[in-house]
Design a protein around this ligand. Structure first.
Ligand code: AMP
Ligand code: GLY
Length: 425
């Protein structure tokens, strides 16, 4: 099978690494990829949102399967684009169409969907300029802190959590006035959920589903969950407090009704669903949906998947996912994100990276790297996900920090406390 994987971060390196182990694979391309994907696949210099370029390449390269990593092409309708082109009638695509991608592309749609299907989530109100007074009244009825979310995609920056109700009201107006661009012309105000966050990943063909695993990521830049939000500073899988009873509730109250809801609403969905959850004293509530895998969660979830991932994708494309085998390795995986000095603020690029272990054998996934001749250099804020497996969480974390210590580049930074909060479970 000839596969084209779209994206160029740590998630895509982990996916490429797994796909490259498939017996079904004859050729793997990654567009645009990074220095890490270049070791397990052939990179092609096409942006993830350049549908025309991707289609031209897929047609010329006789691609059998398109795997879409990031949300932006999905929300922009990459599946619809390929499906509308007769040359791709037999192309298998991993990733939902535009209608399904609204689960991530519109917070208002996602909240409405959960409400229609009785899926537990925070109380909310969608606000535009038209019902601003109602929005402010709703806000004042909620206990602080106040959660304000831009409706559309805002590159992970569209969520504000504000303690003071007057400040929240001011921020609401600023958002409606375009603080986050068009994404914020509609704002979802939410009840604040208290508990511990985790995420659960599933693959669905629109009828059946497979739960791929659970993970916890660390979004804040600073130790002890302080400082600015980032794309993720580390992750572990599985999540020790997600025991059998909790996982059963997630499956019965969240995963199954979501897949069933998509089906009853006539939304064909073939791809991943990322359930961002809050565990409130053993009860799951959905914070958000994403229509792709998470980053850096993929770097710890994908290595725990047993079996041939292309066979699983093929079964999904054929609508036979229920019949497919999908087993989790019981061992733990942990990853520590090595970031460029300054990240998530301004940071430099082009620093040479040394001490890289063989990425074929170890759980070292490149996020923001590029190849310059025979050197590998930094090319993004999040540079390398340094990971390891272990029979216990402690062992996986120890291994990840060992790998993290070996890799060197100027300005290297990382959180030293990934997974510490989970050791008590
Ligand atoms: P989202 O983009 O919806 O995942 O929100 C980003 C982050 O904000 C989440 O990962 C949570 O840490 C936090 N968050 C979002 N919504 C809520 C909520 N209703 N209650 C508490 N925290 C929230
Ligand atoms: N790590 C969170 C995300 O991928 O959205």
């Amino acid at each position: 099978m000839r596969v084209l994987l779209v994206g160029g971060g740590g998630r895509e390196h982990a996916l490429a690494w797994k796909i490259s182990q498939s017996e079904r694979l004859t050729k793997l391309y990654v567009a645009p990829g990074n220095a890490g994907t270049g070791e397990v696949a052939e990179n092609v210099n096409i942006r993830a949102t350049d549908f025309e370029g991707l289609a031209r390449f897929a047609a010329a390269g006789a691609i059998d399967m398109l795997v879409v990593g990031p949300e932006e092409p999905l929300v922009n309708g990459i599946r619809d684009y390929f499906e509308a082109d007769g040359r791709f009638a037999s192309l298998m695509i991993v990733g939902p169409g535009r209608a399904g991608a609204r689960l991530e592309g519109s917070k208002d749609f996602a909240k409405g969907f959960m409400t229609r299907h009785g899926i537990p989530t925070a109380a909310y109100l969608a606000v535009t300029r038209e019902n601003l007074a109602e929005g402010i009244a709703f806000l004042r009825r909620q206990r602080p802190p106040h959660v304000l979310k831009a409706d559309g995609l805002a590159a992970g920056k569209g969520v504000l959590i504000v303690e003071d109700p007057d400040e929240a009201a001011r921020e609401l107006v600023l958002m409606l006035d375009g603080k986050f661009g068009e994404a914020g012309r509609r704002v979802v105000i939410e009840e604040f959920l208290r508990g511990i966050e985790l995420s659960v990943f599933a693959l669905t063909d629109g009828e059946g589903y497979k739960i791929l695993g659970s993970a916890k990521d660390y979004k804040r830049a600073g130790e002890g969950d302080t400082g600015l939000n980032t794309g993720g500073m580390g992750a572990v899988s599985p999540v020790p407090f997600a025991d059998e009873a909790f996982n059963r509730k997630v499956e019965e109250r969240v995963v199954r009704p979501t897949v069933e809801g998509l089906r009853t609403e006539g939304i064909a969905y073939k791809g991943f669903i990322f359930f961002g959850l809050m565990n409130e004293g053993g009860e799951p509530r959905v914070i958000e949906y994403n229509v792709r895998l998470g980053d850096p969660e993929t770097e710890v979830v994908v290595p725990r998947l047993k079996g041939d991932v292309l066979s699983l994708f093929e079964a999904m494309a054929a609508g036979d996912l229920s019949l497919a085998a999908c087993e989790e390795d019981p061992r733990f995986c942990a990853t520590v994100m090595l970031v460029a000095g300054g990240y998530p603020g301004p940071y430099g690029r082009g620093a040479e990276i040394t001490g890289l272990p063989d990425t074929r054998g170890e759980l070292v996934f490149h996020a923001g790297t590029a190849r310059e001749g025979d050197r590998v250099v930094t090319s993004g804020g999040r540079v390398i996900a340094a990971g390891a497996r272990g029979d216990t969480l402690e062992e996986a974390l120890r291994g990840a920090y060992e790998v993290a210590g070996k890799i060197r580049f100027e300005g290297k930074n990382y959180r030293a406390d990934i997974g510490n909060d989970l050791k008590r479970f």
